[in-house]
Design a protein around this ligand. Sequence first.
Ligand SMILES: Cc1cc2nc3c(=O)[nH]c(=O)nc-3n(C[C@H](O)[C@H](O)[C@H](O)COP(=O)(O)O)c2cc1C
Ligand code: SF4
Ligand code: SF4
Length: 265
Amino acid sequence: MNNTTVDIYFFTGTGNTFLAASKIAKTLENSNCTVNIFDIAKTDVKSIDLSHTIGIGFPIACWNTFPIVKIFINNLPIVGGTTEVFIFTTMGDSSLNAASNFGYVLKNKGYKIIGTHGFLMPNNFIAVRKETKNIKKREKAYKEMDVFTKSLIEENTEPIKTSLLFKLCFAITNFITDRWKGKLFQKIVKFKVKKNICNKCNLCINICPTKNIGLDKNNYPVFKAQNCQICMRCISYCPQKAIKSFLIKKTYQALNQQELNKCFF
Ligand SMILES: Cc1cc2nc3c(=O)[nH]c(=O)nc-3n(C[C@H](O)[C@H](O)[C@H](O)COP(=O)(O)O)c2cc1C
Ligand code: SF4
Ligand code: SF4
């Protein structure tokens, strides 16, 4: 790495990617780097300092990622080849090489891609496993994060590579995730608040990254259905388990209360 100042931009739904960003930051700090962590949902790309090394971390959704992340990546300015970028993803099972494919998107914009990696973390969508299994999966991922971060520092990461098949898959998943927002996908997941359980704490409203949840006339949360990313944050962290969806039987929380405050507020 050319820089000792690293800015990590992350998006997270249920916390895995925040934990990954924090772990990578800690390893970099132990090697005398100064690291700043920023939430993509709260970042104006115009404020990004392109003289720093940039890390971008996000969860995999439909072998791709959420529109909010894609908009961030697409809005990054074209540069002249000196701005270093590394990309990391967290996923439940497989990503079809999404980190590398996004690496190519940024390489074509003139960024110097110094490393890409996808980390297997607990699944937060539909196939949510038991916490004992999730703990083991996180521990394994943390070790891999250490190795990846050290290889960034020592400049011995593998060069990005993709194949025609992965490129084709990326084009298809881009097509799907570009249409992720809006009524169709909201209808598929169909979040609903059970008013007899909801205690009107407003946590879901405050932590929604796209301000997609408002209040009805009786001050119960109501989903606006225009800008939901299906990131799982609201349904997973509702303290009353009052948000329901016919598709989601079990939810996943990566963060404890302290981490939740640090990550979302
Ligand atoms: C809508 C949605 C789609 C997902 N699609 C995939 C997928 O295609 N492949 C995969 O391995 N994991 C998938 N996942 C699981 C997440 O990528 C994984 O649990 C990730 O670590 C969550 O990160 P977060 O806690 O930072 O939000 C999906 C999750 C959601 C909510
Ligand atoms: S987080 Fe749950 S309990 Fe709190 S307002 Fe939202 S739905 Fe109601
Ligand atoms: S409504 Fe819930 S799932 Fe949709 S973007 Fe907001 S927090 Fe995420």
